[in-house]
Design a protein around this ligand. Structure first.
Ligand SMILES: C[S@@+](CC[C@H](N)C(=O)[O-])C[C@H]1O[C@@H](n2cnc3c(N)ncnc32)[C@H](O)[C@@H]1O
Length: 261
């Protein structure tokens, strides 16, 4: 869905929403998107099945366009598959997903043994996330909260959960203007032992997005993914290990680096 959705959205702005009035073309696009995206997808994860409702009906009332989190992006499929097939151990870990959309990677983490998962996104996408938690009967381990990047107010609401073992990001290196806020939120939810894993379609501005995190002291290391094409093609998608600056580095405002393996 990712590449199609990107073509449909064109030049995205804040929160992935493009400005402009609701046109006939928009309405036609909406109907087409709805047809393509409202089905429940069944996704096999390590011998179990996750049911994910793509949230095709979640539209911004001002612009008439669907929120970007309305679809399951290819990066989410990649990150889930990577979590299920790598040696990465999620058992008993606390996990937060930022910009979760339909929540596939976070729900995957719960299936793979994470003790607590927090799925977060902007408010209009939360009912869909709750629906996906319930569809998989994971309410005992998975919570859904609003978390707008850079917002102290929404962070304070999840204050006691600060510093997770694992942070998951899927296709959030999207809007360069949002990256400074994303970096600030990443620092708030991460300690120096936190593993931050991010899957992304590699677009021509992805490097610039990562550089914003690097300028905040994060290191970015590309993780090897399967070369057989089943991950969608190595040149198009990537998984990154984003290493948070440790406490001391935060205070020294140290610069990080992008290391490609
Ligand atoms: C391209 S979509 C990816 C959705 C999902 N992670 C996936 O891969 O299927 C980008 C996601 O980031 C979220 N997002 C963008 N800006 C945000 C912000 N400032 N605060 C919180 N979430 C944001 C969007 O709502 C959307 O769910």
């Amino acid at each position: 869905m990712g590449r199609f959705a990107y073509l449909m959205e064109g030049n995205l702005t804040r929160n992935g929403i493009k400005g402009g009035k609701l046109t006939l073309l928009n309405r036609v696009c909406q109907s087409f998107q709805r047809l393509l995206t409202t089905a429940v997808r069944e996704i096999d994860i390590a011998g179990q099945t996750l049911k994910i409702h793509a949230l095709g009906e979640v539209y911004d009332s001002l612009t008439g366009r669907a929120f970007t989190g309305s679809w399951i992006w290819d990066s989410a499929l990649l990150l889930s598959r990577w979590l299920a097939t790598s040696q990465f151990d999620l058992r008993d870990k606390s996990v937060i997903e930022l910009g979760a959309g339909a929540g596939l990677p976070g729900l995957t983490a719960a299936l793979l043994g994470a003790s607590r998962v927090l799925l977060t996104d902007i408010a209009p996408l939360l009912p869909g996330l709750v629906k996906n938690v319930e569809a998989n009967e994971l309410e005992d381990r998975v919570e859904v909260r609003e978390l707008v990047w850079g917002s102290e107010e929404s962070l304070s609401r999840i204050g006691e959960l600060r510093r997770f073992d694992v942070v998951l990001l899927s296709d959030v290196f999207f809007d360069l203007e949002e990256m400074a806020a994303l970096g600030r939120t990443l620092k708030k939810v991460s300690g120096n032992k936190t593993r931050i894993l991010a899957a992304s379609e590699v677009r021509f501005w992805t490097g610039e997005c990562l550089n914003e995190l690097v300028s905040q002291g994060f290191k970015v290391v590309e993780v090897p993914i399967q070369e057989d094409g089943s991950d969608g093609g190595r040149d198009i998608f990537a998984v990154y290990n984003i290493i948070p600056p440790d406490e001391e580095d935060c205070h020294n405002n140290m610069s990080g680096s992008i290391i490609r393996r």
